[in-house]
Design a protein around this ligand. Structure first.
Ligand SMILES: [Zn+2]
Length: 71
């Protein structure tokens, strides 16, 4: 079975771990409702993407209510 050729120093570990952090999300502003949303995704508040209605927000809210009631 393979064994590590050298001991990994604390500095080695820190340098490797320095790449593991998550970047902060750069929010996009919805042109319709002016709320901060994820870029390249339909707005979670009004359901539009590039000025087009793509998600029926009322229907989705009703579904969420139904799902939470079941439990
Ligand atoms: Zn919106």
């Amino acid at each position: 079975m393979g064994l590590p050729g050298h001991r990994r120093t604390s500095g080695d570990k820190r340098r490797r771990a320095a790449q593991h952090g998550l970047d902060a999300v750069n929010p996009a502003i919805c042109p319709k409702c002016d709320k901060a949303t994820h870029p390249h995704r339909a707005c979670a508040f009004c359901g539009t993407y590039r000025g087009r209605q793509v998600v029926d927000v009322a229907k989705r809210a009703a579904r969420t209510v139904r799902k939470t009631k079941k439990k």
